[in-house]
Design a protein around this ligand. Structure first.
Ligand SMILES: [Zn+2]
Length: 315
């Protein structure tokens, strides 16, 4: 069983790290520097260090690329809603991403996990907030080239209706291509570097049939296309946040059996009872899961009994 934990910071977590036997730790790539990695390495020794790399989200990206603003079909203002996502077709965003991967390849780490490699939507809620994106001029123009036809209409609504009515499948595939191609770019950059580095991806745990094929239509994630490009897929099974009971973790582990490749689910530490937390650990590691990543250590160490549960599983 692969034993893993997610760190949100490097400050208060070092003592706890020494006491838990782990195969890997995940940490936000923004906390990375040569110094921080060597200090972490001195504590975790042989444990793999994986970088969580935000692809299309982050306030830094929104500031750096103001012309990569995401356009929503019904005029919802994502920036106003506090959603810091950028448009996946923006070439500057894509070049910036490749540079980040290249920089990470120089560090003493073992893996790169893509986060927010998708179109925006608030999925980790009982009632997700769905955003139908991106209808910016660049995306529409690229899509017109893709289908070899003009999208007609003077307003955003006209264009949305034309696409939705006449090119539903083509649009869905076009969106998935934007996301798959960024994963391909990461894969290619790693392969060309000749450095041994795992590539993984965090995925929203929506099934094909949910939210009217929302995994592809809304998020642009074609898991069948993406999974051959990565070593591990990591579904974020935060059952409580998603308004589900703990049995849902078991159902999802069963669902990802279809992938036919290793997957490492994440489970949440917050807002769950001890019994529920223990059950979520039990369910997350059921076959064919490769193990579990506990999300996250900074929260876990505030709850001594949950640390004991993890220690018991990770003996
Ligand atoms: Zn766009």
């Amino acid at each position: 069983m692969h034993k893993s934990i997610f760190l949100d910071s490097l400050n208060n977590t070092q003592e706890a790290l020494k006491s838990i036997t782990l195969d890997s730790i995940f940490i936000g790539s923004k906390l990375f520097s040569t110094e921080s990695i060597s200090s972490l390495r001195s504590i975790v020794k042989d444990t793999h260090i994986y970088a969580d790399v935000p692809v299309f989200c982050g306030e830094d990206l929104v500031k750096l690329f103001p012309d990569a603003v995401i356009i929503e079909a019904f005029g919802k203002d994502l920036v106003k809603d506090g959603i810091s996502f950028v448009c996946p077709t923006h070439s500057g965003v894509r070049e910036y991403f490749q540079k980040r991967i290249t920089d990470l390849l120089k560090l003493d780490i073992n893996g790169i996990w893509l986060d927010c490699a998708r179109y925006p939507t608030v999925w980790d809620k009982s009632n997700p907030i769905i955003y139908d994106t991106c209808y910016c001029k660049r995306c529409i123009s690229l899509f017109e080239k893709h289908i070899g036809e003009k999208i007609v209409g003077t307003t955003l609504e006209d264009k949305f209706l034309h696409i939705d009515g006449s090119y539903y499948i083509e649009w869905l595939r076009f969106k998935c291509d934007q996301i798959t191609s960024i994963v391909e770019l990461a894969r290619k950059t790693i392969t060309n570097s000749k450095k041994e580095m795992k590539l993984g991806i965090f995925v929203v745990p929506w099934e094909d049939s949910e939210y009217s094929a929302g995994i592809k239509r809304i998020l642009g994630i074609n898991i069948e296309q993406i999974s051959p490009l990565v070593e591990t897929v990591s579904p974020m099974l935060y059952h409580k946040m998603c308004g589900k009971d703990v049995e849902w973790v078991k159902e999802k582990v069963n669902y990802y059996w279809n992938l036919g490749k290793p997957f490492l689910p994440l489970i949440q530490t917050g807002d769950v009872s001890l019994d529920e937390f223990k059950k979520s650990m039990e369910f997350a590691i059921l076959k064919p899961s490769a193990g579990v990543c506990v999300f996250y250590l900074d929260d876990l160490i505030k709850q001594r009994e949950k640390v004991d549960i993890v220690l018991d599983f990770f003996r």
